[in-house]
Design a protein around this ligand. Structure first.
Ligand code: KG4
Ligand code: ZN
Length: 336
């Protein structure tokens, strides 16, 4: 394996246009992220067509910024990695087409990357992996428990059957008239509230590592409606704290049980919801009682970025995986 492998990463699956350069899959050289949150805020969520248009407008500029910041030249780049899925198809296509054009023009190998593999590999930018490893991925589109026995191998042991954790946060936030994305606002309110409302915990069947958040979301909506009808005063802080307690308890308990059952050497957490203070605190408390090291990356590596795509792309590149110029965006790509 050649050392000093430099991989360029491109990420456009949702509402961030991002380009990064990573060395050996572990060291960020540059990590440029252009967020579109401001443009989607007034619609209360990501509008796919607006997202695609912004990506088209931003991608060249972000790419240029990444090179300027790194002071590297194309000659030094070993390969181009890009998120091929899952995500919004029109958004993904912008990144995939940019990557293909660059791979062709600069004569570089092209490596398609799964977005969730990227979220997982964001952790390797902070600490080396130890296998077997359990990853909890909690984002706006995903809630998954993935077992990894070696680099580049992903075994899905649990996933959400309906809403993703971040999606539930965003929907509840909308009910409380909080801006998009709602997760950080609920997190902030929760810290000031009391867990005074008994919302359900969706444990599902015994032994299941799957998740479900739509029942909880409905319970919150019903509670708010009923209180309104009765003229009862409910504090948003208490709703947020009680909702968050339900999400965090289920995520923490299932992650802990899976970590013990699979006898893992490391647990990592990834995705936007990994930024949640309540979740970080509960996971840290739960794993402190065990011998299993827990890693939750810095908040800027939890949300979408391209360094994570370059980090996952490095492993795929080193394992000899290549994509052709017929690479296509795949909105529902499976992790394998
Ligand atoms: O990973 P990410 O940036 O994009 C996806 O791939 O989905 O995750 C975005 C999600 C949003 O649903 C947002 O509300 C949620 O992460 N999020 C949070 C927090 N920060 C971001 N959820 C709960 N607490 C937070 N502090
Ligand atoms: Zn993501």
């Amino acid at each position: 394996m050649k050392k000093n492998t430099l991989i360029l990463g491109i990420e456009t699956s949702c509402d961030e246009t991002a380009v990064a350069i990573v060395k050996d899959g572990t060291e960020i050289i540059t990590n440029v992220v252009a967020s579109q949150i401001e443009s989607h805020k007034r619609f209360g969520g990501v509008v796919p067509e607006i997202a695609s248009r912004h990506h088209v407008e931003q991608i060249t500029q972000v790419l240029q910024e990444a090179f300027e910041e790194s002071e590297l030249t194309w000659d030094e780049i070993d390969a181009i990695s890009v998120t091929e899925g899952p995500g919004l198809v029109g958004a993904l296509l912008v990144g995939v087409n940019a990557a293909k054009a660059l791979a062709f023009a600069k004569q570089k190998p092209l490596v398609g990357v799964h977005h969730i593999a990227g979220h997982i590999y964001a952790n390797r930018l902070e600490r080396e992996f130890n296998f077997p490893l359990l990853a909890l991925i909690v984002s706006g589109g995903h809630t998954e428990l993935v077992l990894m026995k070696e680099h580049g191998s992903y075994e899905l042991i649990g996933e959400t059957r309906d809403d993703a954790a971040g999606e539930a946060y965003d929907k509840v936030a909308r009910m409380l008239n909080l801006p998009y994305p709602g997760g950080p606002h609920i997190d902030r309110l929760a810290a000031a509230g009391l867990e005074s409302i008994d919302f359900p915990r969706a444990w599902l069947e015994e032994n299941s590592y799957d998740f479900s958040f739509s029942g909880l979301k409905s319970a919150v909506i019903n509670k708010i409606h009923n209180a309104k009808q009765r003229g009862e005063e409910l504090k948003n802080e208490d709703i947020a704290a009680s909702f968050q307690a339900s999400v965090v308890e289920v995520l923490t308990a299932k992650t802990l049980r899976a970590a013990k059952e699979y006898n893992v050497s490391q647990v990592i957490v990834a995705g936007g919801v990994a930024a949640n203070k309540g979740l970080r605190k509960e996971l840290e408390a739960a794993f402190r009682e065990t011998e299993i090291p827990l890693l939750i990356p810095d908040i800027k590596l939890c949300t979408d970025n391209a360094a994570m795509i370059a980090a996952a792309g490095t492993i795929a590149f080193e394992q000899g995986r290549r994509s052709g110029l017929d690479l296509n965006a795949n909105a529902s790509l499976l992790l394998k």
